[in-house]
Design a protein around this ligand. Structure first.
Ligand code: ZN
Length: 134
């Protein structure tokens, strides 16, 4: 299945755990894996404790690694200004594989599935969710 998520860009963190859990429930699978993938090269998926402190801390770390305000080669090549977004998305990655046991995602209590949009403007993101049985 696919879900479309509206984002604001610029480090927009969106908890999509409920959407993935719904896909697992709809599949009626007892044991398997949920593969989650975001389409696009300036957004990423990870798991984290979804609370404002962690979001601020991860933003700070990524901004040190790949500052938004920098002369990225990508800007020269395409006239784009989202070079940092591409780097951050590549560092975090576009996909997750989450085991399913007893019909449930095997997530920790403080572990949410989070879509991060690094691009510089609002986007509509397509997230593909595949539920595979053992
Ligand atoms: Zn670009």
């Amino acid at each position: 299945m696919e879900v479309t998520i509206k984002t604001k860009g610029n480090y927009d963190f969106i908890d999509i755990t409920a959407q993935v859990a719904e896909a697992v429930e709809a599949s009626n699978i007892n044991s398997g894996v949920a593969v989650v993938f975001v389409v696009g090269s300036t957004a990423a998926l990870t798991t984290m404790e979804y609370e404002s402190g962690v979001l601020a801390d991860l933003t700070q770390v990524l901004e040190k690694l790949a500052p938004t305000d920098y002369d990225w080669q990508h800007h020269l090549k395409w006239g784009d200004s989202n070079g940092a977004a591409h780097i951050k998305a590549a560092l975090i990655g576009p996909d997750l594989s989450i085991p399913i046991e007893n019909g449930q995602l095997s997530l920790g209590t403080w572990q949410q599935i989070v879509l991060i949009d690094f691009d510089e403007k609002p986007r509509q993101r397509k997230v593909i969710i595949k539920i595979l049985s053992d």
